[in-house]
Design a protein around this ligand. Sequence first.
Ligand SMILES: NC(=O)c1ccc[n+]([C@@H]2O[C@H](COP(=O)([O-])OP(=O)(O)OC[C@H]3O[C@@H](n4cnc5c(N)ncnc54)[C@H](OP(=O)(O)O)[C@@H]3O)[C@@H](O)[C@H]2O)c1
Length: 354
Amino acid sequence: MEIWRLPYQPAVIHLRRGQTSGIYSIKTLPFPLYIKCSQGNESSSKKPDSMFILGMGFVGKFLAADLKSSGWEVTGTCTSTSRKKKLEEMGFHSLIFDSNEPLHEVLDIMKLHSHLLISIPTVLGVGDPCALQMLRHKELLKERLKGGNLQWLGYLSSTSVYGDFSGAWVDEEFPPRPTTESARARMAAEEGWLHLACDVGVTVQIFRLGGIYGPGRSAVDTILKQEPLSKSQKMRFSRHYTSRIHVADICQTLKASIQRPSAGKMYNVVDDDPAPREQVFKFARSLVEEKWPGHLTSKSSAEEAESLIPQGASRGAKRVSNKCIKTELGVRLLYPTYESGLRSIIERMENPFG
Ligand SMILES: NC(=O)c1ccc[n+]([C@@H]2O[C@H](COP(=O)([O-])OP(=O)(O)OC[C@H]3O[C@@H](n4cnc5c(N)ncnc54)[C@H](OP(=O)(O)O)[C@@H]3O)[C@@H](O)[C@H]2O)c1
């Protein structure tokens, strides 16, 4: 057993009584909270490594493929039969799980795995649907997971929990000051998972991710689509600094943390170069024009977005430090900058104009 302290004044989650898909509010305690947490299921004998991924989306699938190639058993969830079919065609065991539905069957299968990754996004106006469901059925969860094989739980959160630090560097010791509803929901979800994992005696790690990109989802892919930017993409152009991370570096960080579990620890998972989005899009466009000259016709997303940046407005945000994953987990980023990440993506691309 070890005792650890939450690195900031923790939020308390209040679920409204009788609510089925509830909204929760956050209240900050005026004192630090100490939690007694076991280092995993100490009594259970060692079984082969197996990962259960709640939410086989972009990161989930990438991690599943990576672990599978190193001999892990992997099971993942999705929300529809068509996605389940696709996952099975890719060679993954899969289950349908919607966090608004009962989770009995999922718990029975989840408990057979040694590791659990939660990779389900928050929903505006609802919060983290998965954390809510688990918190609502905390006793059931404890009872079902008792005597299981689960040792490690990872929750994929977001650097948005930090809020705006006027361009200053922030690390994991900084008290989050979430400014948006979704960032507040994220923070509440972090708290929920920290408490739940401790209750069921599992080592929990929180990973605060920057904007995720990788093959099939990057500024290069957006430029190639030659479609107008979505409203949320345009909004993100107003920030001076945006942290991002290549999906391969997320996976190597998760694997490093599995090798060196540290109960209750949070990690920022970002690259070395927080840069404005318009800079990233300009670079992506230059890569596309260099490789396939003369094909881009429409006004670039970056040019379009630059005209949307409010003149004289605060573009502070924050620069998120990744020192901790390097010093504590020994991570050496494969793609330390967006330039290196985007280059590797375009180098492996088939000609989309061919
Ligand atoms: N995208 C970013 O830049 C970014 C940045 C920071 C943090 N994050 C967080 O990192 C995590 C992984 O991101 P990602 O880009 O890999 O996500 P993603 O591709 O959107 O995948 C999300 C997965 O969650 C499942 N899901 C969605 N709603 C659900 C619900 N109500 N109940 C059960 N399952 C549900 C989806 O099911 P289907 O497969 O059936 O759709 C999908 O498998 C997410 O929590 C995300 O919010 C993302």
